[in-house]
Design a protein around this ligand. Structure first.
Ligand code: SF4
Length: 267
């Protein structure tokens, strides 16, 4: 199926009909690493929560608040963190899953404050919007959805930014997914998508082209086809072990995952 905008034509290949499928950057990246792991998440099975991901989630809320409402003073910082934890369902849920007690909040706040102190040192020239939600349905019942941490206007050229609170790592697929999503929803390619680590200062820049977003659309369509075919036939998908197995909900019963984590434990 060819999607046409002013001067931008993206071919999103046809996929077999099936249940409504919402693909996010996370599920796409998961699928590219290990299809069956992503499949488990579509079934509603999630891996164990982690403290770093909780702090990362809280820091992202604080960054968005800063961008939307201005700097947060040192004296009000703890109270703002508590408000965000209390008012953000996903943080509330993860706090319960991690078994975190109110007495542990001050340590989490200090960790978040350290990230915030680094975050405010980054230049914010051209800032246009925080936590920008994007959603498109390139084919019936195939929804691509995501939320971009920040959008910048660099002299008329759009740049999307994804804040990281750890190392940047291999993020091309994630940044490529945001490029595709932006192009499909806004009808224009962003000039660049960047992953910026607030913790280490690393910055990875991805400059999409019509060719790269079209190729990525093909990989997303292939993912949808594989998932729907597996669901229709009642078969599991391919399993590919790696460092990501640590947070996979299937680890306990997965030989590939146990082998991968055993190798990691000895290296
Ligand atoms: S444990 Fe690893 S190999 Fe097994 S399904 Fe999960 S991610 Fe894939």
């Amino acid at each position: 199926m060819v999607l046409q905008y002013d001067g931008l034509v993206i071919d999103f290949p046809l996929v077999p009909p099936g249940d409504r499928l919402v693909v996010s950057a996370t599920s796409f990246v998961d699928f590219e690493r290990c299809p069956e792991s992503a499949n488990a998440r579509f079934r509603g099975e999630y891996g164990p929560p982690s403290r770093p991901s909780f702090v990362g989630g809280l820091a992202h809320r604080i960054f968005a608040r800063h961008l939307q409402h201005g700097p947060i003073g040192p004296k009000e910082f703890e109270q703002v963190c508590k408000e965000e934890i209390g008012g953000t369902p996903s943080l509330n849920l993860r706090m319960g899953e991690l078994g975190l007690k109110p007495s542990q909040i001050p340590a989490l706040v200090e960790e978040t404050r350290g990230l915030y102190d680094r975050f405010v040192k980054f230049p914010m020239d051209g800032f246009k919007g925080a936590e920008v939600s994007l959603e498109v349905e390139p084919q019936a019942d195939v929804v691509l959805r995501g939320r971009v941490d920040a959008v910048f206007d660099d002299a008329g050229r759009v740049r999307l930014v994804d804040w990281k609170t750890g190392r940047v790592g291999g993020v091309d697929d994630q940044l490529g997914f945001y490029s595709l999503l932006w192009a499909l929803e806004r009808g224009v390619l962003p000039t660049a998508v960047e992953a910026i680590s607030v913790k280490t200062g690393e910055r990875q820049r991805y400059e999409p082209s019509l060719e790269t977003v079209t190729a990525l659309a093909g990989r997303v369509a292939s993912m949808v086809t594989t998932l729907r075919t597996g669901w229709a036939e009642g078969t599991d998908l391919e399993r590919v072990g790696g460092p990501w197995c640590t947070f996979c909900p299937l680890l306990e019963e997965c030989p590939e995952g146990r082998a991968a984590t055993a190798v990691m434990a000895t290296s």
